[in-house]
Design a protein around this ligand. Structure first.
Ligand SMILES: Cc1cc2nc3c(=O)[nH]c(=O)nc-3n(C[C@H](O)[C@H](O)[C@H](O)COP(=O)(O)OP(=O)(O)OC[C@H]3O[C@@H](n4cnc5c(N)ncnc54)[C@H](O)[C@@H]3O)c2cc1C
Length: 280
């Protein structure tokens, strides 16, 4: 064996070894990161997230996309829970309100909020003023409700306006989990057709999972051709479109306070017990 051959062999072994070490390190880092995605939320302190995209969906609704600290970070929000957002109203006073992202922890690197902005709303003002590059202060998770697959056989849901987002989060989590067979029956009320949020996504769920998900839209001011409900959500609509009272079902509600109050009265009159009901 000559010297040159031995030297070449050494270099080859060295390079081969370095590549192997690197491969193991990258593999370990990948395994670690895929097993333990970085959670972005802090329950004790507000954290700032950068607005990277703002998409106007209608005259008073926009979808806000916020960046998470790294492309593989997750928000870290359990299904059924929400976040607190802090901002300033038109008077410069601090305001904190709850919001439920339409993204789940299966969406990495970013999270999205669909926000309805009211002309006189305090936090609405803050969102209306937000521009790409601005930061939003967020704290969480928050909330008394936490969803576990198999918790109930079926959910009934009554949502009004922007109260759809907690329902959307729970529904999406159920439908996107092939092992979760929970059924979801949603009644979604709005004033006009244009007010309906996330309609494309909701109709997509109904088309893709017809045996697991049904949706019944109710409008105060329906368009001329309309096959949904008309007026306010009635006792009869709940009876027809939600699962009947039983120990293995639950009816969730989220909407403006007068609607929540009316729904609670209807549900109680229909025989649903307090264990079967939850208000976000
Ligand atoms: C769990 C949960 C999740 C939620 N998720 C979302 C979400 O994803 N997206 C979303 O858009 N909303 C969501 N909401 C609603 C949200 O928290 C706020 O209630 C909403 O954004 C309105 O807040 P605001 O401060 O802008 O309005 P507020 O200032 O509280 O006003 C609310 C309403 O009262 C009216 N109003 C205000 N001031 C007056 C006044 N002086 N006189 C008469 N009327 C007045 C406003 O025009 C508006 O119609 C959620 C609520 C809950 C409980």
């Amino acid at each position: 064996m000559d010297m040159e051959y031995l030297q070449n062999l050494d270099v080859q072994l060295l390079v081969g070894g370095a590549v192997a070490v690197l491969a193991i390190a990258v593999g370990a880092a990948y395994l670690y990161s895929s097993k333990k995605p970085k959670v972005s939320l802090d329950p004790e302190n507000f954290k700032e997230f950068k607005l990277v995209k703002r998409l106007q969906l209608s005259h008073n609704v926009a979808k806000f996309t916020f960046e998470l600290p790294t492309p593989t970070s997750v928000l870290g929000l359990p299904i059924g829970q929400h976040i607190s957002c802090r901002g300033k109203d038109s008077q410069g006073e601090e305001v904190i309100k709850p919001y439920t992202p339409t993204t789940l922890d299966s969406d990495v690197g970013h999270f999205e909020l669909v926000i309805k902005m009211y002309p006189q709303g305090r936090m609405s003002h803050h969102f209306r003023e937000m521009r790409v590059g601005d930061y939003l202060a967020v704290k969480g998770p928050k909330g008394r409700f936490r969803y576990q697959p198999g918790q109930v056989r079926a959910f009934g849901m009554t949502a009004g306006g922007s109260g759809i987002t907690p329902m959307f989060q729970v529904t999406r989590a159920i439908l996107e989990n092939p092992n979760d067979k929970t059924k979801v029956h949603l009644i979604y009320a709005n004033v006009t057709y244009e007010d309906i949020l996330l309609k494309e996504e909701l109709d997509g769920f109904a088309a893709k999972y017809p045996d697991q998900f049904t949706i019944y839209y109710v409008l105060n001011q329906p368009p001329e051709s309309w096959n949904g409900g008309v007026g306010f959500v009635s006792k009869e609509m709940i009876q027809t479109h939600c699962p009947a009272p039983a120990s293995d079902i639950q009816v969730l509600r989220c909407g403006p306070p007068p609607m929540n109050k009316a729904m609670a009265a209807h549900l109680e009159a229909l025989g649903y017990t307090s264990e079967m009901l939850f208000q976000f």
